[in-house]
Design a protein around this ligand. Sequence first.
Ligand code: SF4
Length: 173
Amino acid sequence: MYEFETYLEKDGFAVKRIPVPSPSPRAEEFLELCKKNLCGAYDTNWGCPPGVGTISEIKESLKSYSEAYLVSKKYEIDTKDMKAIQDATDEITDAVRAAVNTVKDRSIKAFGDGGCKYCGVCTYPDAECRYPSQRIDSISSHGFDMEEILEQVGEKLVFENNAVTLYALILVG
Ligand code: SF4
């Protein structure tokens, strides 16, 4: 068991081992959704498309990972309260970033929602990422199908009025 698992579990996050994901056959469809820029992060940072690379480059980079973990937490909040949703997203993002920083002897990579905001103002597209080890890439930018990932652990995407379950992924090389 990795330290990041206990680190996250003590803060109320569920951590489950999953098969290493690969871009779904629907990856291009997910990218089209990213391009609609509903989250405002498209083309603003190295963790979102197009900065994150093409699907074939992503497939190549994923070959260096041998283990994957799904991180989740259910937040009891009004799903129309955008500030509460943003606060919850920030919480899971910060927790996952801190958790992967506990791993020193393996390559490790974290994925979440809403783009990488680590620096406040990203270097994208003028200079390379300042802190690649702190970068959180977008799940959808990698063509990962969350419905398929959840099915593998016997879960489903559920939409509720007074709760939202947020997810992140951790890959270990
Ligand atoms: S770590 Fe900084 S420079 Fe790198 S993608 Fe995130 S915000 Fe941009």
